[in-house]
Design a protein around this ligand. Structure first.
Ligand SMILES: NC(=O)c1ccc[n+]([C@@H]2O[C@H](COP(=O)([O-])OP(=O)(O)OC[C@H]3O[C@@H](n4cnc5c(N)ncnc54)[C@H](O)[C@@H]3O)[C@@H](O)[C@H]2O)c1
Length: 396
């Protein structure tokens, strides 16, 4: 008997559009899910561009307005892979039309807006997820298992970084990620949001934060960039950068752990230094996205003299998601994190629940982002729970 099809409608088709298209195509190849995604339609504003993208990435049809995609009754899921300022409008309209939603991070421009999105999906009763894909590296999922089993004991520390260097050229153009109106924040919301999600996933909820931010280069020429982060100046006009180039912050967690976080695009030599170390009373773990199959684990219970960080290549059948792919030692990559996440989305749709991370995680992440920004403005610690409570809408 053929499986039930879940018809996807994707808005946007560049960097994340490519990652999501590939992942949807690979799900039935690697996984035996109850329902299978079908690449039904994509939407983009430029007809020639969207038509070409549909052909190249294997979509059956295209639209030049995302609203038309939402109106179509042959679409079950709206996948939002557009800049941050569009997420709320598209997600709320999609929820009202009864579509399930997968939305890229950060969920919204502000905490208030993210709460409106959560409210909309809850009222509509649709399945919703946010694309924090790094959780879905098998090594990160295995780290979560070790922590949940108590192998590290009580957690004392997390130190996490997301370090990049593609923005250091002063002539790199003023792309949408550098405009607050479109992006909400700079490095903080773009890559800081990912390490906040990893910390929430592995350590727990944030209690309070204190941060600092800097914009090192305040004016840039107008232009765009490609998916390889190569800039293209398109005008002799210049505009103002009104978001952070770098953000660092300290955090306390509700369970008493301490966190040190740094997100920057001015860290020469670091292309995607998404790394964390977690220290507990009985052990420690380390992960580095640029070497993402490996988890380094130290266990205090090891025999003295043999103690030390061991490197576990998380490709064995015992490791989460690994058995869907290749024999042990045959590594997987960045794109597989999206496949694993969207497999969970298919499981959620088949069984009527919203897998984590969902819009509630998006709201909690947004609360941390907003707390860091407020702390930078006031120079004081900001309590994340008070921020959430001060909003009109409730998370739970
Ligand atoms: N999960 C991750 O690791 C990850 C990585 C990169 C980006 N992102 C997120 O994904 C989203 C998209 O980022 P990207 O890097 O793919 O951006 P991008 O600039 O490469 O692509 C954006 C796409 O959206 C389209 N678009 C813009 N405004 C639109 C509108 N009003 N209607 C229809 N289409 C519109 C553009 O034409 C383009 O196709 C952002 O929210 C970003 O934060 C997530």
């Amino acid at each position: 008997m053929s499986k039930k099809q879940v018809r996807i409608g994707m808005v946007g088709y560049k960097f994340m559009g490519k990652a999501h298209s590939h992942a949807f195509r690979d799900i039935p190849f690697f996984f035996d899910t109850e329902v299978v995604p079908v690449l039904q339609a994509i939407a983009g504003r430029d007809e020639q561009g969207v038509k070409q993208a549909a052909e190249k990435m294997g979509w059956a049809s295209y639209e030049t307005d995302w609203r038309r995609l939402i109106e179509r009754d042959d679409i079950d899921v709206i996948d939002i892979v557009t800049p941050n300022n569009t997420h709320a409008e598209i997600a709320i309209a999609a929820a009202k039309a009864g579509k399930h939603i997968i939305c890229e991070k950060p969920l919204a421009l502000t905490l208030e807006q993210s709460l409106e999105m959560l409210d909309a999906v809850k009222k509509a009763g649709v399945v919703h997820m946010i694309c924090h894909n790094y959780r879905f590296a098998p090594a990160v999922q295995f780290a979560k298992q070790l922590i949940a089993q108590g192998r590290l004991g009580k957690i004392y520390h997390i130190r996490a970084t997301f370090l990049q260097d593609w923005l250091m050229d002063p002539d790199f153009p003023l792309i949408w990620r550098l405009k607050k109106q479109i992006s909400g924040s700079g490095t903080l919301g773009d890559i800081g949001a990912h390490i906040i999600d990893l910390a929430r996933f592995l350590v727990g909820e944030f209690s309070e934060v204190v941060g600092m931010m800097e914009t090192f280069i305040k004016k840039r020429p107008l232009g765009d960039m490609d998916i390889h982060l190569k800039g293209r100046v398109e005008s002799d006009k210049w505009g103002e950068v009104d978001v952070d180039d770098a953000t660092a912050f300290l955090a306390r967690f509700e369970n008493g752990a301490l966190g040190v976080f740094e997100a920057t695009r001015f860290s020469r030599g670091n292309r995607a230094g998404n790394r964390f170390e977690i220290n507990g009373e009985r052990g420690s773990i380390r992960w580095d996205m640029e070497n993402m199959n490996n988890l380094q684990v130290y266990l205090e219970d090891d025999e003295r003299g043999l103690q030390g960080f061991r490197t576990i290549n998380c490709t064995e059948v015992e490791h989460p998601y690994a058995s869907a792919y290749w024999p042990a030692g045959h590594i997987i990559g960045y794109e597989h994190t999206f496949i694993n996440l969207l497999v969970e989305m298919m499981n959620g749709i088949a069984n009527g629940y919203s897998p984590v991370p969902n819009f509630e995680d998006g709201v909690r992440n947004q609360a941390v982002l907003e707390a860091v920004e407020r702390s930078v403005q006031t120079g004081k610690w900001v309590k994340v729970s008070e921020l959430l409570q001060s909003t009109q809408l409730q998370v739970n």
